[in-house]
Design a protein around this ligand. Structure first.
Ligand code: ATP
Length: 232
């Protein structure tokens, strides 16, 4: 496979068309470019194709037409493991598996020292959560994240991203309201996340739209608007 460059990644969709089954295209002629380090706010009503667009970058599905490039490299030429390692995903349904906090944070990457995990958890405001656990990083989490609040689960997903330090982050914001203290922690986490990374945010909050460099609005699988936030 062709190696993907390090650091923040430019993103190019070159006339991408995709359908899940034969028939109507779920995404139709998607064409846009993000410079490295830019923040894209991705908007559109339910069913317009936002999640599909995000998943295509991870090569969950093969596209029927066009090309997606990350850092100038066509993703179909990359090694899947490397591609997925360079993209950080924070979704609303966070995959917590039965295992220790440490394993949930690192996916068994033993090269990440405990001190770094603790520092990241502290920075995200999860220090009191961590100290409430019986065995710290060795404590066991339940599959599905039972016992975690929605906010804590999202913050853990942020912690994963900070530990792997990907060149592109895809963030599907929580659409439900969280308590004000958690909201504040998440806001701070997003601010930190946007620094020095290319980000695509499926935006449910006005505050997020306001800090995007570019806005893309999907309507029924097509781009209805793309450009500077201020120009739209
Ligand atoms: P939401 O805001 O509700 O999450 P979305 O903008 O993310 O919506 P997608 O989830 O990308 O939209 O869905 C786009 C279209 O593709 C919808 O019509 C949906 O029904 C369809 N779709 C999504 N996933 C699949 C799938 N696995 N197989 C077939 N069709 C699918």
């Amino acid at each position: 496979g062709t190696p993907i460059p390090g650091g923040p990644l430019a993103v190019t969709f070159d006339d991408v068309t995709f359908s899940y089954e034969s028939g109507k295209a779920t995404l139709d002629g998607i064409d846009f470019h993000l410079e490295k380090g830019q923040v894209l706010g991705l908007l559109g009503r339910t069913g317009s194709g936002k999640t599909t667009l995000a998943r295509l970058m991870l090569r969950f599905y093969d596209i029927q037409q066009g090309e997606i490039r990350l850092g100038g490299v066509p993703i179909r030429d990359t090694r899947l493991r490397e591609l997925r390692g360079r993209i950080g995903m924070v979704t609303q349904n966070i995959e917590i598996f039965q295992g220790t906090v440490r394993d949930n944070l690192t996916f068994y990457d033993t090269s990440i020292p405990d001190e770094r995990m603790i520092r990241v958890l502290n920075e995200l405001g999860l220090d009191s959560w961590l100290s409430s656990l019986p065995q710290g990083l060795d404590s066991t989490l339940e599959s599905g994240g039972g016992g975690l609040s929605a906010g804590e689960a999202q913050l853990l997903a942020f912690a994963r991203v900070f530990l792997t330090d990907p060149g592109l982050v895809i963030l599907d914001e929580a659409s439900s309201r969280l308590d004000p203290a958690t909201e504040q922690l998440l806001e701070a986490a997003v601010t930190k996340l946007l620094r020095e990374r290319t980000c695509i945010i499926i935006a449910h909050r006005l505050a997020t739209v306001q800090r995007a460099d570019r806005i893309l609005i999907l309507d029924n699988g097509r781009i209805s608007e793309f450009g500077d936030r201020e120009a739209l």
